[in-house]
Design a protein around this ligand. Structure first.
Ligand SMILES: CC(C)(COP(=O)(O)OP(=O)(O)OC[C@H]1O[C@@H](n2cnc3c(N)ncnc32)[C@H](O)[C@@H]1OP(=O)(O)O)[C@@H](O)C(=O)NCCC(=O)NCCS
Length: 148
């Protein structure tokens, strides 16, 4: 039991989405900080506008979110003080309901925990890159496909 509920995000939710993202990102100490918090907030206003974003809430507070665009899970983040309580799995279940055939995502190779999480949810590595991203950090394209 996570005690969390899900709902679709609207434009007014982008500050809460940004807070969750910044909290999760601060724990990823291997990543360079390339943007100010204000730039990140602007970016997530765009994400909420462009993507299908689902929020996980507990006691009225946003503690996690997932963002889908096309076949891609562009973002999945749970606030550090709510991780390992099943919230990420709840959002993954939602993502698989929206995209029941296949889901693609990118994950940093150093993000061992997220890679284990995705593997536990049936994702497999499609391709590794040596840093073909803004942060210039090796990453992995992972994909889940429904069993046929
Ligand atoms: C990766 C992340 C989204 C997972 O969310 P979460 O709420 O912590 O995940 P859950 O509580 O649902 O599951 C986490 C744990 O259960 C394990 N798990 C989940 N589902 C499982 C399953 N079906 N079978 C076996 N193990 C499972 C995971 O490996 C993980 O183990 P740990 O807590 O001992 O490390 C979250 O930790 C996070 O936001 N991390 C920081 C941001 C990030 O890395 N995002 C991904 C970017 S690509």
């Amino acid at each position: 039991m996570t005690g969390a509920t899900l709902r679709a995000a609207g434009p007014g939710d982008s500050p809460a989405v940004t807070d969750v993202y910044l909290g999760a990102r601060r724990e990823m100490r291997y990543l360079p900080v390339l943007h100010t918090d204000e730039e990140t907030a602007e970016h997530f206003a765009g994400v909420v506008d462009r993507c299908r974003v689902e929020l996980a809430e507990r006691h009225g507070r946003v503690i996690g979110f997932a963002a889908l665009h096309g076949s891609w899970l562009e973002h999945l983040n749970v606030h550090p003080d709510a991780q390992s309580e099943g919230v990420g799995s709840l959002l993954m279940t939602w993502a698989k309901e929206v995209l029941p055939k296949a889901i693609d995502l990118w994950v940093f190779q150093e993000n061992v925990r997220a890679r284990a999480f995705y593997a536990a949810h049936g994702f497999a590595i499609v391709r590794l890159t040596d840093g073909d991203n803004e942060e210039r950090q090796p990453d992995a394209h992972m994909r889940w496909e429904a069993e046929s």
